[in-house]
Design a protein around this ligand. Structure first.
Ligand code: NAD
Ligand code: ZN
Length: 379
């Protein structure tokens, strides 16, 4: 089969590799029809992780079941399914509590597992023609009748729609409250979409890219262009000096690398400043553990300092971590089915698998107009 594989920093290619096979009787094999490129892929793509050469990318996957293991019961051949990026087992202590992003079986001893990801278990990604899904009865979300028609919406259930929703949830958001979202990438835009659906009174979205800020505005948010000055100050000025009830971090540790500003604490300091006293902050942007042997300075500084004093004085709360996609995906699927959510609105490019190398280059460069790329294997 054809698959998008990692060759080294900023170097991916579409290679022919062996087809995946049923390895345990709880597996299924999926023929992918849509598989997305995510901002999280860029941590590997840019060479900032231990991602092995030859590994297949892709954790945002949707397709048709073509083969089922003998112990698979609920999922049938021919089902159209979307997989959470988390690989869960369904029976460990964490999965039982809905914390599938922290499964103790699929990546023991660390923080959860994902397809096509560094440090998150051995699972191959789905930017390919085929993929193997373990514990398929647990991990496959069976899609409704209109699965094909709304495929580009449903594929967002694999990660960014639940992750945006999770960011809002982690902030402690309640309907009628105001919220500021840092980052208008796919995750930040999905946080804005979630906040809109959940009844926010005011949504601010911070970024420095016109095309992304325009999308945020089209979703009902107030765009904050950080090129025009301190974004936290702009939000305070727009809220009578009080700030917003809630804030979401949807950028992660690489943020200031790109903007030549302070360090990876930039967005956290902004959030502490632009969130009201006693407000809450949800951090879904990825921050990584300190690693003194890491190849680049950003990874070395995992032990990030932010203005904890101000955070403490304002009595703020914080929530962090991977999204437990399975906790949300069925309910968010219903919002799509009923036409109350349309996450596909942020897609900028639909491309065949062969064009993945070019797509990575443009998406990594945050080139104008490249917001969310979905790959269509088999086209
Ligand atoms: P992205 O890199 O395309 O988006 C990030 C956006 O932030 C860009 O538009 C960039 O211009 C903007 N930005 C950079 N510095 C900024 C700053 N200082 N202030 C405001 N905006 C700034 O990626 P994405 O796909 O939207 O992902 C965002 C983050 O979410 C990444 O760290 C990704 O790994 C993470 N993520 C987390 C989870 C989870 O489960 N927690 C899931 C998916 C993605
Ligand atoms: Zn993703």
């Amino acid at each position: 089969m054809k698959a998008v594989v990692y060759n080294g920093p900023k170097d991916v290619s579409v290679n022919t590799i062996d087809d995946p096979k049923i390895e345990k009787q709880t597996d299924v094999i999926i023929r992918l029809t849509t598989t997305n490129i995510c901002g999280s892929d860029l941590h590997m793509y840019e060479g900032r992780t231990s991602f092995e050469k030859g590994r297949v990318f892709g954790h945002e996957n949707l397709g048709e079941v073509i083969e089922v293991g003998a112990a698979v019961d609920r999922i049938k051949k021919g089902d159209r399914v979307c997989m959470p990026f988390n690989v869960g087992c369904g029976f460990c202590e964490n999965c039982e509590r809905g914390l599938t992003g922290f499964c103790l079986t699929t990546n023991p001893g660390t923080a959860g597992a994902a397809y096509g990801f560094a440090e998150m278990g051995p699972w191959q990604g789905g930017q390919a023609e085929l993929m193997r899904v373990p514990y398929a009865d647990f991990n496959c979300l069976k899609l409704p009748e209109d699965a094909e028609e709304k495929e580009d919406d449903y594929v967002m259930l694999s990660d960014i729609f639940p992750t945006g929703w999770h960011g809002v949830e982690l902030s402690g958001f309640l309907p009628g409250e105001s919220i500021a979202i840092y980052g208008a990438g796919p995750v930040g835009l999905m946080a804005a979409h979630s906040a809109e659906i959940r009844g926010a009174s005011q949504i601010f979205v911070v970024d420095s890219h016109d095309d992304r800020l325009k999308l945020a505005e089209a979703m009902g948010a107030i765009p904050i262009d950080m090129r025009k000055g301190d974004p936290a100050r702009q939000i305070l000025d727009a809220t009578g000096g009080l700030g917003t009830d809630r804030g979401v971090e949807a950028v992660g540790y690489q943020c200031c690398d790109r903007h030549g500003k302070e360090r990876s604490n930039y967005t956290m300091n902004c959030l502490v400043k632009s969130t009201k006293a006693t407000g809450g902050i949800g951090v879904v942007g990825v921050f990584i553990p300190e690693d003194p042997n890491a190849p680049d300075d950003l990874q070395k500084e995992g032990k990030m300092a932010f203005d904890f004093g101000n955070f403490w004085f304002k009595g703020q709360k914080i929530g962090t971590g991977q999204c437990n996609v399975k906790h949300y995906n069925r309910r968010l699927m219903k919002l799509i089915e009923q036409g109350r959510a349309n996450p596909a609105q942020i897609i900028s490019h639909r491309l065949p698998l062969d064009q993945a190398p070019d797509a990575y280059k443009h998406f990594d460069g945050r080139d104008a107009g490249w917001t969310k790329v979905v790959l269509k294997p088999g086209t």
